[in-house]
Write a protein that binds this ligand. Structure first.
Ligand SMILES: CC(C)(COP(=O)(O)OP(=O)(O)OC[C@H]1O[C@@H](n2cnc3c(N)ncnc32)[C@H](O)[C@@H]1OP(=O)(O)O)[C@@H](O)C(=O)NCCC(=O)NCCS
Length: 133
């Protein structure tokens, strides 16, 4: 099994799976971006990766090692990057990291990391084997 990218990387690791802008509607009571929004971006991005890999519907079965490293601010460009760690019989384990590009200065900051597991499912929602293409 391969391991998640080194936490000290100075640039994004893995395939770009989603890129968006953090909006005022996504803030928490501190005025920073709500962690749940960021988590959902990571989940969406990794699901796109898993779906493309398996050519199948997928569902999230587990999220591990989720870390919030730095805040995200309104206006930051947020990108999520996915690295495949393991393909099982029906599951796919994917490391995901999110990076924020700051509005002022354009600095790129690693803001989260986590490991998401997806299961390939059939039309009835039952696990089905991952057939990599
Ligand atoms: C995902 C789901 C279809 C799996 O069904 P299941 O009956 O538990 O299936 P299995 O026990 O055969 O497990 C399927 C695979 O998932 C893996 N898995 C199950 N639970 C896991 C967990 N907690 N963490 C990591 N992997 C897990 C199994 O190891 C297996 O992998 P493999 O086939 O590669 O060896 C079912 O649990 C489900 O529908 N969960 C809800 C998913 C959902 O709604 N997600 C969105 C959350 S909002």
């Amino acid at each position: 099994m391969s391991h998640p990218p080194a936490p000290t990387s100075s640039e994004p690791q893995g395939e770009l799976v989603i890129r968006t802008i953090a909006m005022p509607a996504d803030t928490n009571a501190n005025g920073d971006i709500f962690g749940g929004w960021l988590l959902s971006q990571m989940d969406l991005g990794a699901a796109i990766y898993a779906r493309n890999l398996s050519r199948s519907r997928v569902t999230t079965v587990a999220i591990d090692a989720m870390t919030f490293i730095a805040p995200v601010y309104v206006g930051d460009i947020v990108s999520c990057h996915a690295t495949l760690l393991k393909v099982g019989r029906t599951s796919m384990r994917i490391a995901v990291e999110a990076w924020a590009q700051r509005t002022k200065g354009g600095e790129l900051v690693r803001v989260t990391a986590g490991v998401f597991t997806y299961v390939a499912i059939d039309d009835a929602g039952r696990p089905q084997p991952v057939h990599r293409t």
